[in-house]
Design a protein around this ligand. Sequence first.
Ligand SMILES: Cc1cc2nc3c(=O)[nH]c(=O)nc-3n(C[C@H](O)[C@H](O)[C@H](O)COP(=O)(O)O)c2cc1C
Length: 439
Amino acid sequence: MSRQMKLGAFLMATGHHVAAWRHADVPANAGLDFAHYKRLAQIAEAAKFDALFVADSVAAPTHDIASRMARSDHFEPLTLLSALSAVTEHIGLIATATTSYNEPYHVARKFASLDHLSGGRAGWNLVTSDNAAEALNFGRDEHIGHAERYSRAREFHQVVTGLWDSWEDDAFVRDKASGAYYQPEKLHVLDHVGEHFRVKGPLNVARSPQGQPVIIQAGSSETGRELAAQTAEVVFTAQSSLASAQAFYADLKGRLLRYGRSADSLKIMPGVFVVVGRTEAEAQEKCEAFQQLVEPEVGVALLGRMLGNFDLSKYPLDGPLPKLPLTQSGQQSRQTLLTELAGREHLSLAELGRKIAGGRGHYSLVGTPGQIADQLQEWFEQGAADGFNLLVPHLPGGLEDFANGVVPELQRRGLFRTEYEGRTLRQNLGLARPKNRFA
Ligand SMILES: Cc1cc2nc3c(=O)[nH]c(=O)nc-3n(C[C@H](O)[C@H](O)[C@H](O)COP(=O)(O)O)c2cc1C
């Protein structure tokens, strides 16, 4: 069978458009509405998406404009995905958890549990936190700096994956007749002592169906790429053009060799923001309906956050993007992308805020199913992507539009599955089941 693309449904409560919650078709309370998420999961699973993807931040925004944005209340991702695991059968469940404000034992245990609950569908989006406000909830005055966050993340990953290997696959015999619950020689105590963590182990969860949940990573700076090359199995990235996506793809795949990994062992899935219409004009109209609802101050507040936690409220809305220092608390890669975009298109602050109000700088496609499929096919076939993490303006409508329009078109072209290949997220993504390092 020829190579097929992977698809993630990046769920964001009311949708990715910053003004989506104000649209008539969108339930404004979506962030804490389980029936809403259940419907989204079932739409995505019926369309054979590889996974649901849930981003996270362990802080609620408190700036002046926050009260005009739907970002302040939503489910915790692992809790949400655990509930969704009970109402789905095939789709992967990817939750974001930060290495900066967690302990590795907690993270290892929760994801192993989700993997058991779901029969092998769990994925961990390993992030270092791009929201400076999180620090204040964890006994600190300031966010941990960029380099330090990645140093902690590298060791955090070692500990989590080590804990996941605490037990060999067949360690638990639970033999009522002999009285042996597990085989002691198949237990491996991690005994990790490092710069950031001291963790004895073992994990109090048996090795999970996938051996280890899938590791996803979403950081694209130099340090982020290096960590991804070493540890990630899926990379989610924001790319603004085919050329930049191709360069990123070649760079990251090239780095794998140094870690003895094959190009296939890491799937690169850029985000893509999609607005689908029956005609191009209808798609543009849909897009405009959301854009009309963006207040300039809201667009700029989102922009400041995406540039790396800057307060831009003191700058004139119709002035240019001010020169900002390299962010130490946010995403350096996104800061570069957005700064280049502002320069290339000569956008004022308000215009740039409006421009990214839907896709946040991710590649944006507005058109018919055929036009959108053409673009996705081009990226997929021209060395820019192994698949895509899909952002839609509003939920559930935007996901339904994609599932009903674009998915059948991709399937007709042989570019996307019509049935799940396997039972686990790894099998569907075409990723090997990791061997236990101790066995
Ligand atoms: C596409 C993308 C999505 C991300 N999603 C999250 C997220 O949900 N939560 C979070 O704390 N950080 C998120 N991050 C931040 C990164 O994971 C990373 O840990 C950090 O901000 C540094 O990014 P950088 O390597 O691009 O500088 C995301 C980054 C990218 C590029």
